[in-house]
Design a binder for this molecule. Structure first.
Ligand code: NAD
Length: 248
C-alpha cells in the first residue's frame, strides 16, 4: 500500500487505536482524532511506525467542530485519502427503566455521535478526496440483531449502514468507495463491564471460538476495505462475528 493520508476518528483507544496502528504499519500517515484525550493521542503517535502523523481533536457531534477537524487534518496531511468513522458511544437505556427526559437525551446524543457525526465528517472529508478515496464506517452487530437495552445504538448503527450504502452509490462516480464493518463484541473499554462474568461467559459462548474479537481483527478488515483493491467492496457491510449466531 502506498503512503496515504488517513483520518481515524476515536483513535486514542480501543478499535480506533488498533486501526491507526495498522495503517501506520502499512506505511500510511495517520491523523489520530480524539475527543478529549490528548495524552493518549500523544502516546499513540509516539508508538506509530513511520513519520508525518498528526493529532486532531473534535467532538464529532458538533458540526462546526467536525468541519474544523477535517480541515486541520487535510492541512496537516496534505489531503485526505482515507476516512475511518470509528468514534462512537454505547448508552444503556432500557425502555421501561428510563424516564422520558432521559430517553430524549440518549436518543439525541447517540444519533448525534454515531450517525449524524459520521455524515458530517464525510461531507467535509470528500471535498478533500481524489479518485481512489476510501471511506470505512465502523457499525455494529446491533444494527442487524437488535439491542434491547440500547435501542438508540442499534438504530443509529442501522442508519450508519444505510448511510454507507447510499453514499457508495453517490460517490462511485468520483472514484470513492464506501464500506462498512459491523463487528460483534470486541474487547475494549466500551465492553469491559459487559464482558465480566456471568454475562461475559454468555457473550463468549455465542461464538464457537469461545471468545470475543480483538481490536486488531477489526483493524485488519478496515485495512482491506480501505485498500486500492477494495473498490469492488464498495457498498458492502462486513459482518465480523467469529461464526456467532449461526447455530440453529
Ligand atoms: P471505545 O469507547 O474504546 O472508543 C470509542 C471512541 O470514540 C473513544 O475514543 C471516544 O473518545 C470516541 N468518541 C466518543 N464520543 C465522541 C464524540 N462525541 N466525539 C469524538 N469522539 C468521540 O470503544 P470501541 O469499542 O473502541 O468502539 C469503537 C467503535 O466500534 C464504535 O463506533 C463502536 O460503536 C464500535 N463497535 C464496538 C464494539 C465492541 O464490542 N467494542 C462492537 C461493535 C462496534
Amino acid at each position: 500500500m502506498s503512503e496515504r493520508a488517513v483520518l481515524v476518528t476515536g483513535a486514542s483507544r480501543g478499535i480506533g487505536r488498533a486501526i491507526a496502528l495498522a495503517f501506520a504499519a502499512a506505511g500510511d500517515r495517520v491523523a489520530i482524532h480524539h475527543r478529549g484525550s490528548p495524552d493518549l493521542a500523544e502516546r499513540l503517535r509516539a508508538e506509530l511506525p513511520g513519520q508525518g502523523h498528526a493529532i486532531v481533536q473534535a467532538d464529532v457531534a458538533d458540526p462546526a467542530d467536525a468541519r474544523r477537524m477535517v480541515e486541520e487534518t487535510a492541512a496537516a496531511l496534505g489531503g485526505i485519502d482515507v476516512l475511518v468513522n470509528n468514534a462512537g458511544i454505547f448508552l444503556h437505556h432500557p425502555i421501561m427503566e428510563t424516564s422520558y427526559e432521559e430517553w430524549q437525551t440518549v436518543w439525541r446524543e447517540t444519533l448525534a455521535v454515531n450517525l449524524v457525526g459520521p455524515a458530517n465528517v464525510i461531507w467535509n472529508a470528500v471535498r478533500h478526496m481524489t479518485p481512489g478515496g476510501r471511506i470505512v464506517n465502523v457499525s455494529s452487530r446491533g444494527a442487524f440483531r437488535g439491542e434491547p437495552n440500547s435501542p438508540a445504538y442499534g438504530a443509529g448503527k442501522a442508519g450508519l449502514n444505510a448511510l454507507g450504502q447510499s453514499l457508495a452509490i453517490a460517490l462511485a462516480p468520483l472514484g470513492i468507495a464506501v464500506a462498512t464493518v459491523a463487528p460483534g463484541f470486541v474487547e475494549t473499554d466500551m465492553t469491559n463491564e459487559h464482558l465480566k462474568a456471568p454475562r461475559g461467559d454468555e457473550i463468549r459462548a455465542q461464538s464457537p471460538f469461545g471468545r470475543v474479537a480483538r481490536p486488531e481483527e477489526i483493524a485488519a478488515a478496515v485495512l482491506y476495505l480501505a485498500s486500492p483493491e477494495a473498490e469492488w467492496a464498495s457498498g458492502t457491510i462486513v459482518d465480523l462475528n467469529g461464526a456467532s449466531y449461526l447455530r440453529s
